[in-house]
Design a binder for this molecule. Structure first.
Ligand code: MRU
Length: 363
């Protein structure tokens, strides 16, 4: 998407130097910084410390990280080492394991001397595929927004709510939950987005930044506001992203998503999840029991990062020594999900719904 008139992706390989560049999201929305990742360690730190984040972007970064590592040393031993290092960075988004598995299947059968070129080509393939998947999610999600708009008086905005950042920053481009919003905006359908702040890391500020840059009306609200807004009839549609969705349609996403789904259910508000197929973990059924939930540092909870007098700094919000608990994701059971917006269309959040769209996955 465009920033200051220039079309950026959240990760890319520079055509001249061959270097991999990312937007370093630690400083957004306050500062827009591009950095180069040039070693396996750089890629691992960038994922672990959330310079890049969001399930699809984590997958794409892992694919480029493997290419960088294999270009230096294409041996079996280095493949195994690099894959292990990257796999250990973050546990919840299944796109990471998906990308590493895809590298294994494509590269390990090759002779070591043929692996580097194939690894760069594969990373580029993952990059291009992600853009295409998200564009198609946007087209399918647009139909939902269009339907709601058609039932409203002309000119009245469709009021959406989203949690975390499942925007273009969390993918290579378009975003998942935001893609239908960008498509609706481009189609001239008036929308307004309630953006949950998403403590502790405030990824909602990234979503606000994205939407602001694109001129989409939005309001940043505290995480606890969603239930109230839905109760007052101020939300027409919730769309969130997902980090891992089970074969039964249970959805794991940023902490707090489950509470939004409960509130939506209680108030009859449709709750949709934008789901690129690489985010489906076909090996899992019961998400609550089986999906690993990342525990992040307590400092993210006891402190808040922000901008003060032109400087980015973090301030403590708790008494000295208060322990902070930081589960980063939660699971929304399929019964609370109205539908899944995939690149192949919208389906019910169930085994039948998913296999109907992805019949090749039926064992
Ligand atoms: O911890 P994060 O910022 O990586 O979590 C991101 C999310 O939870 C997103 O909603 C999810 O990855 C979907 S991104 C298209």
């Amino acid at each position: 998407m465009k920033v200051g008139g220039v079309h950026y992706r959240s990760i890319w390989r520079d055509a001249d130097s061959g270097e991999v560049r990312i937007i370093d999201q630690r400083w957004l929305p306050h500062e827009f910084k591009v950095v180069t990742l040039s070693s396996l360690d750089d890629f691992a730190v960038a994922i672990r410390d959330m310079w890049v984040r969001g399930a699809p972007l984590i997958g794409a970064t892992a694919a480029y990280g493997m290419a960088e590592a294999i270009a230096r040393d294409p041996s079996d031993a280095n493949f195994e080492h690099s894959s292990k290092v990257l796999n250990a960075t973050r546990p919840t988004a299944v796109n990471l394991a998906w990308a590493l598995e895809r590298c294994r299947a494509a590269l390990m059968p090759l002779r070591p001397e043929d692996r580097a070129d194939a690894a760069w080509a594969l990373a580029h393939e993952v990059f291009e595929e992600d853009i295409d998947i998200n564009r198609r999610i946007g087209e399918h999600g647009l139909a939902l927004i269009r339907d709601i708009a058609a039932r409203k008086p002309a000119g009245e905005p469709v009021r959406l709510l989203t949690h975390c950042n499942a925007g273009w920053l969390a993918t290579v481009d378009w975003g998942t939950a935001t893609s239908p919003m960008y498509h609706a905006h481009e189609a001239g359908i008036p929308i307004h987005v309630w953006v949950d702040e998403t403590r502790p890391r405030n990824q909602g500020a990234l979503t606000s930044w994205e939407l602001g840059v694109h001129g989409i009306p939005h309001t940043y609200v505290v995480d606890n506001a969603g239930g109230h807004l839905m109760q007052r009839g101020m939300v027409d549609l919730v769309i969130t992203g997902t980090d891992r969705t089970t074969a039964h349609g249970d959805v794991c996403n940023k902490i707090g998503t489950y509470l939004k789904a409960l509130a939506a259910h209680d108030n009859g508000v449709p709750f949709y999840v934008a789901l690129p197929s690489p985010t489906i973990d076909w090996s899992l059924g019961d998400g609550v029991a089986e999906i690993p939930i990342e525990e992040r540092p307590e400092r993210e909870v006891t402190h808040v990062l922000g901008m003060s007098e032109g400087r980015i700094c973090d301030v403590q919000v708790t008494p000295e020594g208060t322990p902070g608990g930081n589960p980063a994701f939660d699971v929304t059971p399929n019964r609370l999900v109205t539908g899944l917006i995939t690149e192949r269309g919208v389906c019910e959040a169930s085994a039948e719904g998913l296999t109907g769209l992805f019949p090749e996955k039926v064992a």
